[in-house]
Design a protein around this ligand. Structure first.
Ligand code: SF4
Length: 383
């Protein structure tokens, strides 16, 4: 498949056998949504993604219990470049490292554990592991989990907080003489993704960037939202790897990769779509799902929310549907109405206020009632 060759100024690094940055083609990544302990399913999905053209396949790791599974997954995926997401448990990095080609850490999650150690000490530990195991690193900053020190330093300016947090971690890498890293600055709002990546790339034009719009949602809206950001950034030669995050059932997960290549090909050929203004009407966001999803009804629920709410399409309201209780509570705070899925119940929120827990087959009427109430409030404000 043809890929765009950019005149990018970033340095080139290698991740496994894949070149990223500089004059290398933009690499499309994706992430397994299977449970990591389910070796057969995860191996099958890694091949499914690689066969569709994923240059890097990411796997989430939450605990050391998953390490034997990861070891077996590595054995059965020779030739596939594997990245691992350390989520909130960076301390397993040393045992994960022998089985992967890249580790991703989130600067916003380093403070949770080993509170007596400094961020510098923790990053040095990760860099030493990367060096010893011939790995690359991704510094993966996310608007939903910004390091508190940077939120305190830039009150009310989340964009500055995430850009400065990423730049600070780049400085730490520089001080350690480690160059084999990429940065990502992600959000569910394509405009924030554009602003953050533009600002960061002005600040650090040498650092390869991985682009992503998190929780973009179901196709086709999720694809459109992602294209809003990727078209504009790639056209400006910003972005060395990309991931299209879509809410899809496992058997269709590889469509993320196909869409990613299509966007790259279209940008390279000068084909741009016209995109709706998401700021003007109803905006449904839903996470792409991953191994943390505890109830498979999540994808169906996201679809049902979309169908249920079409009557409100002219209202500027954001509804977020998230697949798990780990990221769901925080990632729904900025939505007008939020739903995050637990094993047996769905939690309904209005902004950061909890409304209640409801069974999967009871939550939709509750959502409808809250949406009607919100529309009435907005109408009262206008009149
Ligand atoms: S919200 Fe939870 S289930 Fe959805 S992608 Fe994020 S971590 Fe995975």
């Amino acid at each position: 498949m043809d890929q765009a060759h950019h005149t990018r100024k970033t340095r080139q690094i290698t991740i496994g056998g894949t070149k990223v940055g500089g004059d290398a083609p933009v690499v499309v990544q994706s992430m397994c949504a299977t449970r990591t302990i389910d070796v057969d399913q995860t191996v099958a999905q890694a091949h499914q993604l690689a066969d569709a053209g994923a240059g890097i396949v990411r796997i989430a790791m939450d605990s050391e219990k998953e390490i034997p599974a990861l070891k077996e997954i590595r054995t059965q995926t020779k030739g596939i470049v594997l990245s691992v997401d350390l989520q909130e448990n960076y301390k397993i990095a040393d045992r994960v490292a022998p089985h992967v080609d890249k580790i991703r850490y989130n600067p916003g999650h380093l403070h949770h554990i080993e509170k007596k150690k400094s961020i510098e000490q923790k990053v040095k530990w990760l860099v030493d592991i990367a060096r010893d195991n011939d790995l690359a690193i991704r510094i993966g900053v996310n608007c939903g989990s910004v390091a508190p020190a940077f939120l305190d330093k830039y009150p009310g300016d989340q964009l500055a907080a995430i850009v400065e947090s990423a730049a600070y971690h780049c400085d730490l890498m520089d001080n350690l003489g480690f160059t084999r890293f990429v940065v990502s600055l992600k959000d569910s709002d394509p405009n924030k993704v554009m602003d953050a990546n533009r600002r960061f790339s002005e600040r650090r034009p040498d650092v390869p960037l991985h682009l992503g719009v998190t929780e973009a949602g179901l196709p086709p809206d999720g694809i459109i939202k992602t294209r809003i950001a990727f078209e504009k950034l790639l056209a400006q030669s910003i972005g060395d790897t990309i991931r299209v995050s879509l809410t899809l059932p496992n058997e269709r997960k590889h469509e993320e990769v196909i869409v990613g290549h299509k966007i790259i090909d279209d940008v390279a050929a000068g084909r741009f779509i016209s995109v709706p203004d998401f700021g003007a009407g109803l905006n449904i966001i839903s996470c792409p799902s991953c191994s943390r999803v505890e109830n498979e009804k999540f994808v169906e629920l996201a679809q049902q929310v979309k169908e249920l709410t079409t009557y409100a399409e002219k209202y500027k309201i954001t509804i977020a549907v998230m697949g798990c209780r780990v990221n769901g509570p925080g990632e729904t705070d900025d939505a007008d109405l939020g739903l995050w899925c637990g094993p047996t119940t769905v939690n309904l929120k209005k902004k950061d206020r909890k409304i209640g827990f409801f069974a999967y087959d009871e939550v939709l009427p509750k959502l409808r009632a809250e949406l009607d109430r919100l529309i009435a409030e907005r109408s009262a404000q206008v009149n």
